[in-house]
Write a protein that binds this ligand. Structure first.
Ligand SMILES: Cc1ncc(C[n+]2csc(CCOP(=O)(O)OP(=O)(O)O)c2C)c(N)n1
Ligand SMILES: [Mg+2]
Length: 617
């Protein structure tokens, strides 16, 4: 028996958890991020101080530290993550946004918010939400819908049953996401005699369940009968380390592969079967092949509306789906043949089952043609139009070149994700890190920190819009504190380029989307806001420069690459040069009634376009 506080027992337990897959073992928790307040300083804070085996990392914002943990976990293919400790009240609820992001993106993070006194006698304590109907409610109940496992530790001994459940969920490829253990402030500091077995090294093995052989045989029949089959690769391909198996399957069969945001990089861009992005932000190649595919093999994808172009991407009247997925939930989407399995195991089984099959010659020829067309289009876009200010596509091309084959681009929201999905040319499965399950503004810098911490040998390039940067850039300070090298490319287009375009498309003429002072007409129509991003980044400890031309940008990126610490390159892009949409659509309904002609026109166009949406039953 060891007499420890709840917090000491928790921290000691976390320090001896390991994860193993394919015989490779690593620590499940690389450390614990935290911001202390009265709700955790004397509990988890004290325990971390006493147990340096679980290293403590400071953060600037509770939301940011959860983004960092999620990005780290993604870079580690979900085999390792961070714990995150907060105070009670606002410190805790600050994590909710990123908790939702981790669950939506199926990434493991362990959240340890402080909670109100279990003892209750001194209630209401500072920052307590009171309820007239129950004393068993706190703001931490808001974590329930965004957590895959949620618990409140009301007595010290509850840890012995809660912790194994929490670890099971974190390390389950099917169930993983946010795990929240709420820790009442008084319980954290309370001592108990814990069994020593709780603190023995535990190894959580991540399985690779094979697909059922009957279902493999049925899938093989569907593939052999298909005339224009297509694979859509999602994040599951990369997490499962299935990219070599996908390469072998695609080469042997000739079946083309399109990619979701999370799946981009599943194949190198110059692979003969790679079509790049598909869906609302798809490439010409991906969307053309998708439109008349008669069989779609989704692998490790959750079929978001961006991937399906709001259910318009697949127009073949008899299209069928096979869903290779570790999660039953995703495997059953679109009435697909549910091939529940680890992606790598399933690809190996499918390769064996369809040996000898090759796509029809016409399909192979079409794939080669659309690939060549798209390659020329990317080349045109990233080469720029010789304008004074570079286009966003040109900036992407320059960053892609500077990043090299192993460099990682990190992004989340704005107009960059769509352009990156189309234009980034990955050569490595971990070189494209786009948080697009939640597309959370503010993820970029915090996420970039997590990526760089997970793999310090790769150059990491965060690409971020001005508005996202303003929302959350404080983790520059954490990167400086930890000596982490990071390059941040900030694209200044004076506000919301993305939502500005969307606003135009729904007839609203960029209302409220530009960063302008209040004008004489009472609207936000005045002068551009005088925000000095270079000075802002420099004040946080970064080495910051402005690039005013494509040539400047190339020089700044080269300098950033060899400089230590955090480098920020601010570049003003030419917003008139946009990347088009390639046969794509995204369902954003304009107002059904309005006095504005532009809105009426947008609604009429939408009513036509929405007819293309299909049910896959
Ligand atoms: C936290 C959060 N709030 C709001 C949004 C909606 N949103 C999506 S993109 C965007 C504007 C982003 O502007 P910026 O970062 O400058 O990128 P740009 O669109 O200019 O490329 C907004 C407000 C979001 N995705 N996340
Ligand atoms: Mg912007």
């Amino acid at each position: 028996m060891s007499r420890l506080t709840t917090a000491q027992a928790l921290v000691r337990f976390l320090a001896c958890q390991f994860c193993e897959r394919d015989g490779v073992e690593e620590r499940l928790f690389a450390g614990c991020f935290g911001i202390f307040g009265h709700g955790n300083v004397a509990g988890v804070g004290q325990a971390l101080q006493e147990t340096p085996a679980l290293r403590y990392y400071q953060s600037r914002n509770e939301q940011a530290m959860v983004h960092t943990a999620a990005a780290y976990a993604r870079m580690k293919n979900r085999l390792s993550t961070f714990a995150c400790t907060t105070s009670v009240g606002p410190g805790a609820t600050n994590m909710i946004t990123a908790a939702a992001g981790a669950t939506i993106n199926r990434l493991p993070v362990l959240l340890l918010p402080g909670d109100i006194f279990a003892r209750r006698n001194v209630a209401p304590v500072l920052q307590q939400l009171e309820s007239e109907h129950s004393q068993d409610v706190s703001v931490n109940d808001c974590f329930r819908p965004v957590s895959r496992y949620w618990d409140r530790i009301m007595r010290p001994e509850q840890l012995t049953t809660a912790l194994p459940e929490a670890m099971r969920v974190l390390t389950s490829p099917e169930q993983t996401g946010t795990v929240t253990l709420c820790l009442p402030e008084d319980v954290q500091a309370e001592a108990h005699d814990y069994p020593d077995a709780l603190f023995e090294k535990r190894v959580w093995r991540v399985p690779r369940p094979p697909p059922e052989s009957d279902l493999v045989a049925r899938a093989a029949e569907l593939i052999r009968a298909a005339v224009r089959p297509l694979v859509v690769a999602g994040g599951g391909v990369i997490y499962s380390d299935a990219t070599p198996a996908l390469d072998a399957f695609a080469r042997a069969t000739g079946i083309p592969v399109a990619e979701s945001q999370a799946g981009k990089g599943s194949l190198p861009f110059d692979h003969p079967q790679s079509l790049g992005a598909v869906g609302a932000t798809g490439t010409l190649a991906g969307n053309r092949i998708a439109a008349d595919a008669d069989l779609v093999i989704g692998i490790g994808t959750r079929w978001s509306d961006f991937t399906t172009a709001s259910k318009t991407a697949f127009q073949h009247p008899a299209v069928r789906f096979i869903n290779v997925n570790i999660a039953d939930f995703d495997a059953h989407k679109h009435a697909g043949l549910p091939l529940r399995a680890d992606a790598r195991a399933a690809l190996e089984a499918l390769s064996a089952a369809v040996r000898g099959y090759q796509v029809p010659r016409a399909h192979a020829e079409r794939i080669a043609t659309v690939r060549a067309e798209w390659d020329a289009e990317v080349e045109r876009l990233v080469s720029g139009a010789g304008t004074a200010r570079p286009s966003q596509a040109e900036v992407i091309g320059a960053v892609n070149a500077a990043a090299g084959p192993k460099g990682v681009v990190v992004c989340a929201a704005g107009s960059l994700p769509g352009d990156l999905h189309k234009l980034w040319r990955p050569r490595d499965p971990k070189s494209y890190h786009l948080e697009y399950g939640y597309s959370c503004m503010g993820y970029e810098v915090a996420g970039g920190l997590g990526v760089a911490m997970a793999d310090p040998d790769r150059p990491v390039f965060v690409m971020v819009g001005d508005a996202s940067y303003l929302m959350m850039s404080g983790e520059i300070v954490t990167a400086v504190q930890e000596g982490v090298k990071l390059t941040i490319v900030l694209i200044d287009n004076h506000g919301f380029g993305s939502i500005g375009s969307l606003s135009e498309s729904v007839g609203s003429a960029r209302f409220g989307c530009e960063y302008r002072a209040r004008g004489a007409d009472g609207q936000l129509s005045g002068a551009a806001l005088p925000i000095d991003y270079v000075a802002n980044a420099a004040s946080l400890g970064a080495c910051a420069v402005r690039a005013t031309s494509a040539r400047d940008l190339a020089t700044a990126l080269a300098e950033a690459k060899s400089a230590p610490g955090v480098s920020v390159v601010v570049v003003e892009s030419d917003p008139s040069l946009k990347v088009g949409g390639y046969d794509s659509w995204w369902d954003v309904p304009p107002a059904e009634v309005s006095t504005m002609d532009a809105v009426k026109a947008a609604r009429a166009a939408w009513e036509e376009a929405v007819k293309k949406e299909r049910d896959y039953l």
